[in-house]
Design a protein around this ligand. Structure first.
Ligand code: SF4
Length: 290
């Protein structure tokens, strides 16, 4: 038998194709118009200061492209600006986001086939969503859907409709943690997202957080009752971020140090730890894009 140590041509081919796809997806993502609001899906981010950096970065980019677009020939300049800014997500992460969006209507279809009345879009084909304007800043989000009817009781859980539908795809390990420990422990950010959406959509008694195991196609579903106090806490966090004059006025992670493992992978680590420990908000301070 002859053993070849030459690189497998198909491995090279695959690597090249994956590289081209990633490049294209990263470009597509980079040139998307930056959000002008703080999204409900982000309000449960553990570190408020990190959320502040993310929000300020987006707002600055949004202000910049809006300004460029108003100028003659500005559309090209706006795109060049966004291209140069790039995206912090690599192609593989973007693929995962896209997969999540693709799986969502299919899971909704399964649930409808199983007897749930589930609305995912309004009569004009738009996703349901919410937004709040506070002091010229915006908080908002869209929801995956609303269960308006279905079985009144399943297992030992009584289901009072309408209920929020929140769908997430999970790799097997994360899905097992969700199943074993419950969302509050395994995915607190998803619980916060459900609470803020229930607060804003009004009339919802709870949420069904549906986790799809992308390895096995199994669903684990958690019933999350609406908790007005918790929803208010999440909303207040959002307000704190959009009202901040700069991210450094927002608290760091509780007890964090520059060497903290929780800060190790943070995108804002350098900015965060090069700033003074406690920068108090200054009365009348306006954020730079305002
Ligand atoms: S470095 Fe740590 S404390 Fe600073 S923003 Fe990031 S997570 Fe928060």
């Amino acid at each position: 038998m002859t053993v070849s140590f030459a690189p497998d041509p198909n491995a090279r081919l695959s690597k090249a194709i994956n590289g081209l796809i990633d490049e294209a997806l990263e470009h597509e993502t980079a040139i998307q118009w930056p959000r002008d609001y703080l999204g409900g899906s982000r309000m449960g981010v553990e570190c408020l200061r990190a959320l502040g950096y993310e929000y300020f970065d987006q707002q600055m980019a949004h202000a910049q492209v809006t300004h460029l677009k108003r100028l003659e020939g500005g559309a090209d300049d706006a795109e060049k600006f966004l291209e140069k800014r790039g995206t912090k997500f690599d192609g593989q992460v973007i693929r995962r986001f896209r997969l999540g969006h693709l799986h969502e209507p299919e899971t909704a279809r399964w649930l409808k086939a199983a007897g749930f009345e589930l609305l995912t879009h309004d009569s004009r084909g738009r996703q349901f969503g919410w937004s709040v304007h506070v002091d010229g800043r915006k908080l908002g989000g869209s929801i995956d859907g609303v269960f308006v009817g279905g079985p009144p009781e399943l297992g030992t859980v009584k289901l009072a409709y309408p209920l929020l539908f929140e769908h997430k795809i999970m790799k097997a390990e994360k899905w097992r943690a969700f199943q074993k420990d419950g969302a509050a422990k395994s995915h607190p950010q998803y619980v916060a997202q459900c609470q803020i959406c229930m607060r804003q959509m009004e009339g919802l008694t709870g949420a069904l957080l549906v986790g799809l195991n992308t390895d096995t196609s199994e669903l684990h579903v958690e019933h999350i009752p609406f908790d007005p106090a918790e929803a208010e806490r999440v909303f207040e966090r959002g307000l704190q971020v959009v009202r901040a004059a700069k991210p450094e006025t927002l608290p760091r992670l509780y007890g964090a140090k520059p060497t903290d493992f929780r800060c190790k992978w943070c995108d804002w680590r350098d900015e965060c730890w090069s700033q003074p420990e406690d920068t108090k908000p200054v009365q009348g301070d306006r954020p730079p894009w305002a």
